[in-house]
Design a protein around this ligand. Sequence first.
Ligand SMILES: NC(=O)c1ccc[n+]([C@@H]2O[C@H](COP(=O)([O-])OP(=O)(O)OC[C@H]3O[C@@H](n4cnc5c(N)ncnc54)[C@H](OP(=O)(O)O)[C@@H]3O)[C@@H](O)[C@H]2O)c1
Length: 283
Amino acid sequence: MSGVLITGGTGNTGRALSELLRDRAEIKVASRNPEAENDEHVFFDWHDPESHDAALSDVDRVYLVPPIGDIDPMPAVGPFLEKAKTAGVRRVAMLGSSMKLPGAPGMDELYAAVGRMPEYAILRPSWFMQNLAGPHAGSIRERDEVVAASGAGRIGWIDAGDIAAAAAAVLLDPNPVRAEHVLTGPEALGYADIAAAISGVTGRRIRFVDVGVDELTDRHVEAGIPAGFAASLASMDAEIRAGAEDRTTTAVEDLTGRPPRPFRDFVRDHRAAWIVDAEARTP
Ligand SMILES: NC(=O)c1ccc[n+]([C@@H]2O[C@H](COP(=O)([O-])OP(=O)(O)OC[C@H]3O[C@@H](n4cnc5c(N)ncnc54)[C@H](OP(=O)(O)O)[C@@H]3O)[C@@H](O)[C@H]2O)c1
């Protein structure tokens, strides 16, 4: 075997995957802003096809994080996969999602294209616990609110580290790999449960604010997400409300040999993300 190209290598799952693979394979960490002094780093931009050739040299496996926020990833990823085959890549482990983005038929085409690689694993995680310490952290810190449009719907929240561990398992598997896996954490929780858990570690009363899909879309747009993508993202909450994500699977343990991380451990370890100096808080 030769090396592994880790696209999204600086992100939630890619960073953790790099740590897991570093001592077990040659890795190339792809980024639009590679560290000049870091030999593992390689410049890579989905929207700069010339960067794909150098990134694909001397690799036979790819961890594929499709371009973030692209409703149709195929114009960027389709030609990349063709180049990858020609360059000798045998196995692609792609980060998909348990729920496919509504109104984004290009995602189905992408799954099919990855499925035409000689070997593939499509990892379809549920919602990341890291969202709560990332995109949700501002409203939790500033207004003691966690905002969603999913009502009492529950989600099998997963730690990004468990997705990385599943990816490492399929990328290192000595046997041929051709499968799709829905990855979840160990329990399904609604946003009211999430708010209660974060209240427990912060000592403040964090409220779940249940808004409509249109309001959530507007909030995403205000946060800088392009309108079309914002509407698709928000509409996923309606499906969660209807129960689409209320499940857990055994896939993480099946692939890695150990159970996924419980939500309470994540909350305990990320308390700092939700704490602020009282004077810095808006009224
Ligand atoms: N968040 C969730 O709950 C969730 C649930 C299920 C599935 N997912 C899927 O997980 C994926 C990752 O989401 P995330 O929020 O955790 O993001 P992330 O992986 O933490 O960050 C994005 C990564 O993508 C890279 N990137 C962004 N634009 C790029 C471009 N034009 N070319 C090359 N690389 C680019 C960034 O690298 P540089 O900035 O270094 O270039 C960074 O490493 C998404 O596709 C999403 O569909 C997310």
